[in-house]
Design a protein around this ligand. Sequence first.
Ligand SMILES: Nc1ncnc2c1ncn2[C@@H]1O[C@H](COP(=O)(O)OP(=O)(O)OP(=O)(O)O)[C@@H](O)[C@H]1O
Ligand SMILES: [Mg+2]
Length: 483
Amino acid sequence: MFVIVYWFFLLCFSITCLIFVVRLFLHRTALIYVVRRWGEWVEDRVHVHQHFKVPEFNDSTHQENQFYRRVSLYVNSLASIEDSDFTNLFSGKKPNDILLSLDDRQPIHDVFLGARVSWINEIERDDHHKNHAVSRRSFVLRIKKKDKRRILKPYLQHIHTVSDDIEQRRKELKIHHHSNGKWKSVPFNHPASFDSLVIDADLKTKIRHDLETFLKSKQYYHKLGRVWKRSYLLYGPSGTGKSSFISATANLLNYDVYNVNLSQTIDDADLNMLLLQTTSKSLIVVEDLDRYVSERSRSPITSSGLLNFMDGILNFQDERIMIFTMNAKDGIDSDLLRPGRVDMHIYFPMCDFNSFKNLANNYLGVKDHKLFPQVEEIFQSGATMSPAEISELMLVNRSSPSRALKSLISALQSNSRNGGKVAARLSDSVASSPAPPSVVEEAGGAAWKETVPKEFRKLYGLLRLKSCKRPGSLDHDSELMDQ
Ligand SMILES: Nc1ncnc2c1ncn2[C@@H]1O[C@H](COP(=O)(O)OP(=O)(O)OP(=O)(O)O)[C@@H](O)[C@H]1O
Ligand SMILES: [Mg+2]
């Protein structure tokens, strides 16, 4: 009995060692790839496949096949390209960017909804084409017959979505300005990013989330019969980051910027034409809307022309984001900012101690300093400056954080001593401080009361009571209206 058990354990041990050695050998010598390939070959033999060819050019018209371009982008973005036997390397548009591209006649595998498919990029020579030889490229999709019905349509749709996304990310951004009713563009290279923007962290997350949700909501907007656009109002004193926010949003979404200058002598028709000429996936920006409104009597643009422009009624189905900026909301016609026309109101406050600490970290690389308590005390006494002024001071004194902080302390002290500039700024900030839902409820006005059910209004009232007025806050009213 003992001998049988002994031999049994010895056999198990020997088999385990053998498996271990074989695996090690296969991995070390890369023979594992050969074995896998055999496995795939065998699996391929036992299935019936169907092939779909995507030629680079349309045979009859010799026009470029747009789907070939999409497939090429998609295939070259697959992670499995790194396992391909032969891949080309190209430099991308951005520095240090290396792009991989599949070489001719190289197969590449992909998995979609649990089904394994493969692509191969073929190249055929046509020696009889008008007396000279031409190469015809194509991608061929190989898919198991049993999977075709289940995955083909969603897979092609998936290729569309992914390639759109890649194109969007690779696009070179432009900023457009208009003169004489025509857009002129220059490359947009502003480095602003959401990370360097100093605003309340929760607010930043909410805005990012709102933008991302908007981008994914095409079907939803269309189902509701609404123009697929989102509008933001940025308001707050000068130098608090409104324009930086616009640049950061353009960089985040990779959207072109169209800067609409309402003070130029344009009329309603020009404004409509300008809007029609904007492309999708763009930010349409109107800076200093309050200044324009106060000077409106001298402008050829009518009130309804402006409202139609803000509603984007001429642009169906396109993906646009509109951003309006102003220093203060008071005195602005409530219809102009009503929910639906402007979806979200974002307040940009003057600096407080928290924002100051973020700026000090960004500009001076200091998270803490012995002068911080003194700075905090001055902020608590009510003195303040705009992020633009503070960042400028820090930039000039960036070689010495102590010097930067001392200059800031004396600037804050002198501001609060003479009360002038700061007092003005403070009153500005208080006057335009966020009054989240209440202001917009007025803006929604009677129409809102007519169209929104009573229960909803009650809930809305409760939320209003709970919302607290914080600097850097967000008016959620319009979010609610959208739901
Ligand atoms: N919140 C902020 N976070 C980081 N930097 C800021 C912020 N606000 C202002 N700055 C700095 O100040 C500079 C000017 O800010 P910006 O032009 O965005 O202000 P603004 O609110 O648009 O002012 P204005 O109302 O005068 O147009 C920016 O380039 C940036 O360096
Ligand atoms: Mg600005």
